[in-house]
Write a protein that binds this ligand. Sequence first.
Ligand code: MG
Length: 412
Amino acid sequence: MPPPDWPNAIAHVDADCFYASCELLRRPDLKNIPVCVMSSQDACIVAKTYDAREAGITTGMTVWDARKLMPGATFLPADFRYYGQISDKLFSVLRRFSPAVEEYSIDEGFMDMNGLRALHRKPYRQIADNIREAVHQQVGVTVSVGVSATRTLAKMASEYNKPNGTTIVAGRRILEFLQRVSVRDIPGIGANREALLDKFGIRSGADFAAAGEHLIGRLLGRAGTDLWHELNGTPVYRVEPEAGLPKSVARTASMGQVTGDKATIHAHLIHHAMRLSGALMEKRITAKHLTVFLALKSFAKQAITSELPYPTADYFLLAKQAGKALDDMFDPGQRYRACGLIATGIAIRQAGNFDLFQQAEQRQEEKHLKLLETLHNVNQKFGSNTMTVCASLKLAGKGNHARFNYPMLECV
Ligand SMILES: [Mg+2]
């Protein structure tokens, strides 16, 4: 008896040659010209358009070899910060379709689709087509979408009809789908495992699913039997919207001296707030709670944890909270050796963090993040202390970075 069609529904959304498509977005003049994106040291190819791939250029190939193969192609340096911004937009479109989205990588995500047919009053194929169209219209890049009962099948389905395609594999179609793919198309099966399976006559996806669980287990171990269940339509791996998120992000350090000067400690905390905000923004995450700690000369520690008004990566809020905690904890009779900030309650940054009554705050945070983004960009290009906040300048007197420090932001 064939398995039921939709005991479970997972979509895999995968952008088509993502980095190269991002470059074409801001360089429309390169349309119809093969584009290759180079790694950070311009040593090898990390992405390429389909026409470059047809010429034989592969990911990981040296730029030298790629140029020989295709002298007419345009070679661009990778700009991961920019690709991250496009990725943010992509995932915010996906979250409008399902609240349960797992960011699997910068350009791929899994979506829990259970219940969405009733919500959108449409079959999965139409929902998947709508997702593709929405991403294309609102982000400008194309994606391919696969929908099936398990993560592994959904991922194989999105790969099946690239670029800009939808592939739906319902329960009763799984066998038919697996007959058309080779074991090499199963995620996690590389050349070595392919060669091993070949010795046992297992060549197509259907051979793999039809082989005994025991045999697959003997050849490939636990990872193999997990895949075997997934290929037979029984989910082993779930969609995990919070997967990969750190529990906390901390920026702490010794002050390099033992001091009873509150302004010095404040300057260190401001410096940590700046670095913490940068780390959160870079990972595209927010914090709900902030712990501010001070270590006394005796190594005893004091800490205050408080809730931020909303989940945020905004330096200004972090710095304000750190200042308040310092006011509450600082004892003029004590001397201190270290301090730091620990952000917890980590979540993926999304537009829906604000309720109706916080629209003014939302606008303010957007302004702050834009400003901070510019600042981080400058620091990444010209060195980490090129621009900073004036309250942390007290630290800049030491060392030869001082003359590059221009106070650009009002301190809180
Ligand atoms: Mg991709």
